[in-house]
Write a protein that binds this ligand. Structure first.
Ligand code: ADP
Length: 340
């Protein structure tokens, strides 16, 4: 069961380095997100023609939808270099300074999870983004002097799963803001087909559709499921992915027809069995499941809420009729409507 963590849920860390080999290298290779692509293309073309730095770009949206992929493609389109860092690593302005001073003209500085920057670093970015200028304090105590340092015009690209956590002034300094939405089954099928080609594995069309349907509308999850099915096909069959093989592999991993993993079903089952279908508070549910409330809130609930197996009410989480049906459990009969 060493495979389990990869297949689990919509974890941000699911892919890690493994994302690299399947990541599209150019924006034109990316599937879906056409409007985002078109708008970015125009901004990139215009920056190229004018020989200017591209305006700062902010991508937001749930994990695994292509924020990093877009960010990594931009410098290739512009023929410039990129530096990569992330919000939690930049604890103080001094951690950010080397990136800013090293930024070449028109190059990209990518900050992943930018909502996790401490406020003091966020504020330090204001002039660095708007005027390409920073204040450097050199020396200590009474000898300390503030020096004004001009930066080369560069482009900051930020990615966040929580745009609402960014301060208003920081958000407003991004000239280009793009929200990435979920993918259709057709788009995910195409991503799976292309990934299979990169992984050098034969896949039947109906098998690609099957994996796409169970991938929670998310490319990273689709690629992870594909990797597992490919391993299964190699170990248990002749390496080709047929519909039958895909179904057997996903079933073995506990991925059901809607793409729910065992933890998702345990969550629904807990609310139904222990709390009569709800309403139940997050903490109570998590403790009963012996899981952390953060894990449940970040990795389990978003998808279940989105596909309406659960709803959130002021009094807690409630499993919907669709949720009961999915687990093939009977909804308790109530005299009136259930109180949410
Ligand atoms: P995020 O930064 O939003 O968490 P990533 O950009 O890391 O997501 O995407 C995760 C993986 O999904 C990538 O490695 C890539 O293989 C795949 N992917 C994401 N978006 C697309 C897309 N539009 N077309 C093809 N593959 C994609």
């Amino acid at each position: 069961m060493a495979r389990e963590p990869i297949l689990g849920n919509n974890r941000d860390s699911d892919g890690g380095d493994e994302d690299r080999d399947l990541r599209p290298q150019r924006m034109s290779e990316m599937i879906g997100q056409r409007e985002v692509f078109e708008r970015l293309k125009i901004a990139i073309d215009a920056a190229e023609i004018r020989g200017e730095a591209l305006g700062h770009v902010l991508f937001d949206g749930p994990p695994g939808l292509g924020k990093t992929t877009f960010a990594m493609c931009i410098p290739r389109e512009l023929g410039v270099s990129i530096q990569l860092t992330s919000g939690p690593v930049l604890k103080a302005p001094k951690d950010l300074v080397p990136y800013l001073t090293n930024a070449e003209e028109r190059s990209i500085l990518f900050i992943d999870e930018i909502h996790r920057l401490p406020r003091i670093v966020e504020e330090y970015l204001y002039t660095a983004m708007e005027d390409f200028r920073i204040d450097l304090v050199l020396g200590e105590g009474v000898n300390a002097r503030t020096h004004n340092l001009w930066l080369k015009p560069y482009t900051l690209v930020g990615a966040t799963t929580r745009a609402g956590m960014l301060s208003g002034p920081l958000r407003d300094r991004f000239q280009i803001r793009e929200h990435l939405g979920f993918y259709s089954v057709d788009e995910l099928t195409e991503i799976i087909r292309r990934s299979a080609k990169k992984l050098d594995v034969d896949i039947y069309n109906d098998a690609a559709v099957e994996i796409a349907t169970r991938s929670r509308d998310t490319p990273r999850i689709a690629n992870n499921r594909l990797r597992w099915v490919r391993d299964y096909a190699t170990s248990r069959a002749d390496g080709r992915i047929t519909l039958e093989i895909a179904r057997a592999a996903l079933q073995m991993a506990g991925i059901d027809a809607l793409g729910l993993a065992p933890l998702d079903r345990k969550y629904l089952d807990t609310i139904i069995r222990v709390f009569g279908g709800g309403p139940a508070g997050l903490e109570a549910i998590a403790h009963t499941m012996n899981a952390s409330p953060d894990t449940i809130a970040d990795e389990v609930e978003p998808y279940l809420l989105r596909i309406e197996l659960v709803v959130r009410s002021p009094r807690g989480r409630v499993v919907t009729s669709k949720g009961f049906q999915h687990l093939q459990m009977r909804e308790p009969k109530a005299d009136g409507p259930r109180l949410f």
